[in-house]
Design a protein around this ligand. Structure first.
Ligand SMILES: [Zn+2]
Ligand SMILES: [Zn+2]
Ligand SMILES: [Zn+2]
Length: 133
């Protein structure tokens, strides 16, 4: 017997919103870079403290440009050629003349999938129920 995974109401709603945002994004930018999701690269989070010793809470962030778009001078969102800003206004700055994307708007890629904690919440609720005796 297989039971279909059912999301909790708030999670289901969040996913519906996310799906709608993704559809809107794809409609607006049909040629967005599939590799990086139109973000222009990948953000890596890591804990800089040595293993076992938490010096300070928090994560370091690192950014790596995407080799399918930015590395090829292509706009991550619309696929047009990136015009590099040489005015010296920004250091290493680029802006797309077609859609206005720039590396200062890195977060404006395809919406990220909301995290699903339904399993954890269900387990937690079950445990809470059992603990009530
Ligand atoms: Zn890309
Ligand atoms: Zn563009
Ligand atoms: Zn869920």
């Amino acid at each position: 017997m297989t039971t279909k995974f059912v999301h909790l109401r708030y999670c289901y709603n969040a996913r519906r919103r996310w799906e709608k945002e993704v559809r809107e994004f794809e409609k607006k930018f049909p040629n967005y870079c599939r590799r990086c999701g139109g973000v222009g690269g990948f953000i890596y989070r890591y804990d800089p403290s040595p293993r076992g010793i938490a010096l300070s809470p928090g994560w370091m962030e690192d950014f790596e440009t995407c080799e399918d778009c930015i590395e090829k001078d292509k706009c991550p969102r619309c696929g047009e050629k990136i015009i590099w800003d040489t005015s010296g206004k920004y250091e290493d700055h680029y802006e797309c003349s077609s859609c206005g994307w720039s590396d200062l708007k890195l977060e404006e890629g395809i919406p990220e999938e909301p995290e699903c904690c339904c399993d954890e919440v269900r387990t937690y609720r079950k445990e809470k129920k059992h603990a009530k005796h």
